[in-house]
Design a protein around this ligand. Sequence first.
Ligand code: PRP
Ligand code: MN
Ligand code: MG
Length: 179
Amino acid sequence: MLKDDIKEILFTKEKIAKKVEELGKKITEDYEGKELIIIGVLKGANIFLGDLIRKINIPLYIDFMAVSSYGLSTESSGVVRILKDLDLEIENKHVLIIEDIVDTGLTLKYITENLKSRKLESLQICTLLDKPSKRKCDLDIAYIGFEIPDEFIVGYGIDYAEQYRNLPYIATLKKEIYL
Ligand code: PRP
Ligand code: MN
Ligand code: MG
């Protein structure tokens, strides 16, 4: 069973849902009357984005970027690869990037630098989880769900070696799984 690999649940699905609702409400207020483009960072942000957009009550567009820096490891390689670029035209739009977790920040640094060259009306970041202790670069994050300590976590979209994304909660893994 999937849950046999879990050490401890950090955020239950109820706790996540409550936070997602709060974030959605805040985003709704902040972007009322603006043309909003939501950009999800695949694959991790997929589940968070799916829940979050249903708590945002203004018209919006959705697009995805696929990047990867971790591959099958628990450490960021620092090398970010774009696997899929945007389909929508985002020039002169208000862009909000959705992430599941900001760790070293290298993924978002790369993406924001890349998007800034495209002349946007505004660019902000919304992440469900923030692990500031691991940050390797400066990053302004407008919306943060939870701050977390330096532990390797999985679930609610977040993987270890491409597994555990389908757990409905966010949890730590037993050490023997990844050592
Ligand atoms: C994970 C996570 C973030 C990024 C955060 O993605 O989903 O996108 O790493 O780490 P960083 O702040 O150190 O860059 P990953 O590269 O594992 O791809 P995935 O979303 O497909 O799992
Ligand atoms: Mn990711
Ligand atoms: Mg990953």
